[in-house]
Design a binder for this molecule. Structure first.
Ligand code: SF4
Ligand SMILES: [Zn+2]
Length: 359
């Protein structure tokens, strides 16, 4: 939902926009791609898929079906490495807070490709180009990340509304500083005046109902690119409805949904998943679980330390928990709650600064 200040920003027209759909092989990103094509047309849309080489086999079948039903090619980014090869290369095992797998297999290559494809910036209002090193203004967001906006010099001279908003923002920053609520509100009216051009929308399949916090994080992460969240607009994203619509045209949803997983990433495995999802993987796809269990122990040998993906706190003490120990406890009858609502966060990391994004 746009705030009142945001909705007044003069945006580029639909015909000036390119959409890059960050497609993950699941239901919501399929729906996002479908809506992007419906709104902007085939010629303005690209569907980008980062392959972790750790995916479920059925994801590739689904991708082929999606290409057929959308009549649109999916562009694949593969680094030739799977998540375990990344952990070895980086000498770091992913966990719930730090995810080198999605950083190096998804975010960094996708981001680099965006920067390469859209190196130039321009004003959405007067169309004047904006050059690197041009004037910018900064405010700190509530989570400490920097909101840095490029300023259009031409509009500052010729558009009194924009010039007034800019002056008001500078006054607020002078009086209350960059890290103030008034500054965060005042910057909204000058935000997105200068964008990458041809103007780009980075399309993500998150919806506002489940993912309000994630939407905010995604926006911080992808700046200065502008996001579009089609599923945050009506009709709101609903996996059951998407499944029904797919089945009605003879397409089966990716099998992991039927097996009870919330998303179709990394074959039901994820370093950010909790114990519940891991045990669910053990119960539904035991061979796959055992393979990851083996690789975790192999990684410990390689690095010479008892690092683990999972950890738990008992009696106030944080301890590492291997996949092997978790399996033994599950096999002994211990129950672990699986919170299915945990959505994939590969493309909107918990700490945007982790990726050291250059502006
Ligand atoms: S789904 Fe999990 S394991 Fe796979 S790339 Fe994303 S963060 Fe890493
Ligand atoms: Zn301008």
């Amino acid at each position: 939902m746009l705030s009142e200040a945001e909705s007044k920003i003069p945006g580029p027209r639909d015909c000036e926009i390119d959409c890059i759909v960050m497609y993950g092989g699941g239901l919501t990103s399929y729906e996002a791609a479908k809506r992007a094509i419906e709104r902007y047309g085939h010629e303005s849309v690209e569907i980008w898929f980062a392959d972790t080489r750790t995916e479920d086999e059925d994801l590739y079948r689904f991708n082929r079906d999606v290409e057929k039903i959308l009549n649109h090619n999916i562009v694949v980014f593969s680094q030739g490495l799977d998540i375990w090869e990344i952990f070895h290369r980086e000498r770091f095992l992913g966990n719930s807070r730090i995810d080198p797998c999605s950083k190096f297999l998804k975010r960094v290559p996708l981001r680099k490709a965006l920067e390469k494809q859209y190196p130039n910036r321009g004003c959405v209002h007067c169309k004047e180009p904006w050059h690197r090193g041009g004037e910018t203004i900064h405010v700190l967001d509530i989570d400490g990340t920097e909101i840095k906006e490029a300023i259009c010099g031409s509009c500052n001279e010729n558009d009194p509304g924009y010039a007034n908003s800019l002056r008001a923002l500078k006054d607020v920053i002078f009086e209350e500083g960059e890290n103030s609520n008034r500054a965060r509100i005042a910057i909204l009216s000058v935000q997105n005046r200068v964008e990458r051009c041809k103007f780009v929308r980075v399309v993500l399949g998150m919806d506002i109902i489940q993912d309000c916090d994630r939407l905010h994080r995604a926006k911080s992460y992808w700046r200065p690119f502008v996001n579009w969240f089609p599923l945050a607009e009506p009709p709101f994203g609903n996996k059951t409805r998407i499944i029904e619509e797919l089945r009605a045209i003879g397409i089966k949803e990716p099998r992991l949904y039927g097996a009870g997983f919330a998303h179709n990433n990394c074959g039901g495995f994820c370093v950010k998943a909790g114990k519940g999802q891991m045990v669910h993987l053990l119960n539904t796809l035991p061979e796959r679980y055992l393979e990851h269990e083996r690789k975790e122990l192999e990684f410990q040998e390689f690095i010479g330390s008892k690092v683990t993906i999972l950890s738990e706190t008992r009696n106030g003490e944080k301890r590492n928990l291997t996949l092997r120990d978790l399996r033994k406890r599950a096999e002994a009858g211990e129950e672990f709650r699986f919170n299915q609502g945990t959505a994939c966060a590969c493309l909107n990391p918990l700490s945007p600064e982790v990726d050291e994004i250059a502006w």
